[in-house]
Design a protein around this ligand. Structure first.
Ligand code: NAD
Ligand code: UDX
Length: 463
């Protein structure tokens, strides 16, 4: 089948960058990204690509190249579905906040709405691709909804999970470690797989394109995220032991990472992992395991989350303890709010939980983040429903200038590893702070010797 039109439902952190890269590398394919969120689509269509809704290094240039040529952003969902041969579903699948599985299971209501809309609109055969991260066996439910119309339209469901990491999305999409495509073992299923393989083959070499059955593909995505997060919780667990014993977690990570069986990546101790994926996907995995009665499997993976929560709480407790057991009415400056550098995404960022703990202790939090707005910071805190919006707004001051945010502060907490933090004039910052001046480096990025020479009391994670 020759693919000339693709549609993607969901213009978020995955749908936007993924489709931009497909459009850039497949000029012969028309790619339309649709979303119900009009504001988001307007931002994607903003003439000035600095204003596209997602900050990712290099993305603005790709959008500028392909948009209007063969890349389109639109709110006309039905039209895009009707015209496309391949439909990617890339909508959000957050943790359920209500009902059965609340706090654990993935909320599939947006996925189901997409399936119903495709079923309603489609007049000819379609390949439907699960791009969102989904519980294993979701394709079965999607198929049953799609086939329920009885109008003779044939659907093939493929699983094609996305492995990009935010902050490096463009590079990850251009040079993926692998592309995973799961499909039916029938002849039609294999044809659908081949059609999608052909799309990726425009820029990805064949040995990196892996095809499997649907269930393996769906489960591989949850497994990959669980393994990655497990490494962080493992090194963070050791960081606490390092602090008690005089070992240095950076040295331990380097020493074990040189073992080629372990590898050096994803061994950076931190204030705790954040982001929209790790926690959500592990909770979902735990829920799935429990639903099959696999309690030991569920408990094993749940520990990754328990450790991560402990690491965030430990960081805020340590700030309070070190500041003479009270932070009431003290200004604590936060450098960074995003869950990692080079993104404006704040979902599940450790900063939110650390701020929440410190506000409970009546601290005043001064935040500087190069890419995150005050509006976003306040909505993140309001989402926790710990206190009223007015109280949150009264406890948070935000700054566009890092030096001003640190002025008169009793302590600085580094919550995100933005490169610029390393290069600040730390003497200038020290001079304007309350003394003793404390730095709590939740990312182990600052130079301990330099800061201690200036006069800071410096504390890192795991040393
Ligand atoms: P997102 O919230 O940024 O984007 C999802 C978009 O879908 C939103 O703009 C929303 O308005 C839209 N949407 C929801 N229902 C819709 C409907 N019925 N019709 C049209 N639009 C609809 O989410 P995201 O971060 O892009 O994640 C999407 C999926 O990809 C999730 O399943 C996630 O787990 C997975 N994923 C995310 C990442 C990541 O780094 N963010 C990486 C890999 C996989
Ligand atoms: C993750 C997966 O890496 C990606 O493959 C998947 O598609 C989506 O989920 P993402 O959440 O965007 O990507 O970023 P990632 O680089 O994995 O970082 C997640 C969190 O872990 C961040 O808060 C980061 O700061 C933290 N982290 C990462 C550490 O604390 N230590 C590390 O060594 C690595």
């Amino acid at each position: 089948m020759k693919i000339t039109k693709i549609c993607c439902i969901g213009a978020g952190y995955v749908g936007g960058p993924t489709m931009a890269v497909i459009a850039q590398n497949c000029p012969h394919i028309q790619v339309t990204v649709v979303d119900l969120n009009t504001e988001r689509i307007l931002a994607w269509n903003d003439e000035n690509t600095d204003n596209i809704p997602i900050y990712e290094p290099g993305l603005d240039a790709i959008v500028a190249e392909a948009r209007g040529r063969n890349l389109f952003f639109s709110t006309e969902v039905d039209k895009a579905i009707d015209e496309a041969q391949i439909i990617f579903i890339s909508v959000n699948t957050p943790t359920k906040t209500y009902g059965k599985g609340k706090g654990m299971a993935a909320d599939l209501k947006y996925i189901e709405l997409c399936a119903r809309q495709i079923a309603k609109v489609a007049k000819d055969d379609k390949i439907v691709v699960e791009k969102s991260t989904l519980p294993v066996r979701t394709a079965e439910a999607i198929k049953s909804i799609l086939d329920s119309t009885g109008n003779g339209v044939q659907f093939q469901i493929l699983s094609n999970p996305e492995f990009l990491a935010e902050g490096t999305a463009v590079q990850d999409l251009l040079n993926p470690d692998r592309i995973l495509i799961g499909g039916d073992t029938t002849e039609e299923g294999q044809k659908a797989i081949q059609a999608l393989v052909d799309v990726y083959s425009n820029w990805v070499s064949p040995e990196k394109i892996l095809t499997t059955n649907v269930w393996s593909s769906e489960l591989s995505k949850l497994t990959a995220n669980a393994f990655l997060a497990q490494r962080i919780s493992s090194i963070n667990a050791m960081s606490e032991l390092c602090e008690k014993t005089g070992a240095d977690v950076n040295e331990v990570a380097k020493a074990i990472g040189m073992d080629s069986r372990i590898g050096s990546k994803f061994l950076k101790a931190s204030v705790g992992f954040g982001g929209s994926c790790f926690q959500k996907d592990i909770l979902n995995l735990v829920y799935i395991a429990k639903s099959y009665g696999l309690n030991e499997v569920a408990d094993y993976w749940e520990q990754v989350i328990i450790m991560n929560d402990h690491q965030k709480r430990r960081f805020s407790n340590n700030i309070v303890k070190t500041l003479y057991n009270t932070v009431a009415d003290k200004k604590i400056a936060f450098l960074g709010w995003a869950f990692k550098k080079d993104t404006n995404d704040t979902r599940e960022s450790a900063a939110i939980y650390v701020a929440n703990d410190l506000i409970n202790e009546h601290a005043n939090i001064a935040v500087y983040d190069p890419k995150v707005s005050r509006k976003k910071i306040l909505s993140d805190l309001d989402y926790l429903e710990t206190r009223s919006s007015e109280e949150n707004a009264g406890s948070i001051i935000t700054f566009d200038n890092p030096y001003l945010s640190c002025e008169n502060a009793h302590a600085i907490a580094v919550l995100t590893e933005w490169d610029e933090f390393v290069h600040y004039d730390w003497q200038k910052i020290y001079d304007k702070m309350q003394k003793p001046a404390f730095v709590f480096d939740g990312r182990n990025i600052l130079n301990k010797a330099e800061l201690e020479n200036i006069g800071f009391v410096y504390q890192a994670i795991g040393s």
